[in-house]
Design a binder for this molecule. Sequence first.
Ligand SMILES: [Zn+2]
Ligand SMILES: [Zn+2]
Length: 380
Amino acid sequence: MARTNQRDFYEVLGVSKTATVEEIKSSYRQAALKWHPDRNPKNKEEAEVNFRECTEAYSVLSDSEKRQVYDTYGHAGLSSAGGATDFNGTIFQDFHDIFGDFFGFEDILGGGRRGGGRARSQRGADLRYDMTLTFEEGAAGVTTKIKVPRLEFCSACKGTGAKAGTGATSCQSCGGRGQLAYQQGFFTITRTCPACQGAGQIIKERCLECRGQGRIEKEKTIELRIPPGVDSGTRLRVQGEGEVGANGGAPGDLYVVLEVKEHPFFERRNADLYCTIPLSVVQAALGTELQVPGLNGEEKLKIPEGTQSGAVFRIKGRGLPDPRGGGRGDLYYHVQVLTPTKLTRDQRKLMEQLGATLKVENKPAERGTSFFDKVKDIFG
Ligand SMILES: [Zn+2]
Ligand SMILES: [Zn+2]
């Protein structure tokens, strides 16, 4: 959608950059009522332009993902990310959500009625594909192929639904419009034509391949590149890989929803990883150097002399990568000093000798805080 001189969406709706979703919705509702073409019979064209403009602004600002893209990259970001390109498809739903069937909105938003006899096109459905990754795949990213069952154009009838060599006739009930309109006060109320189910035409002989649907279920193999560092709940959008639209409508999008399996000992907090490493009393007291498991092979962890149980050591930049680009998280090792439970006679003797000179004041310690709070305090 290479348009220039597009007005700022916030300006269009007359809201501030920090406006809440409710404020945006309310502003849009007012603007849409003001510019609804049915309420502006004398300047219908101007009203329609304004109506579309505020509806587009609303479709972006009311969607937190699109709004973020818009805030960062402006209009250009939306066209490259596909945020606004499918505007006519999704806007329909947005508008429907707010006003329901109150207006004859299909009419205004590029519906087929205007085309006079052309069947109404509909954007294809979005599809969801759930995918489970191992922890390692989620960390390193993966390129994979998935098979998605979806509706595609029927090649036998080229999507028309009519048997080869036969045609379709315009629906007589609605005059090929696919909709029936009723005037009620200010508003035109439109309904889907029951005779043709909105298609605007009636097929004499159905295509046998798709049973007159014009679309047919097929399995499509899609190559998917999953960036490194994704977490459970990450949703990847593959534009245009959803179902094909009815009557030549734009295809929907495919959403791949990821689930990343947990690691046996690394616990994840955003891009940071945490794990607990046991230490012997002697290692904690005298200090040592350990080889500990990391995300990519072993890490060297230096335990200084006099380390307390519960101490946390950080290895910077060795956590998970940020899937949105940017840096990596950190790796945290939480050490736990293990008290020996089965001492040999010699060990017990040594402990007793040590105890004769090693004294601790056994008075209550200060109330502790949680492990993660402590980590935050130390490393910020
Ligand atoms: Zn067919
Ligand atoms: Zn009809």
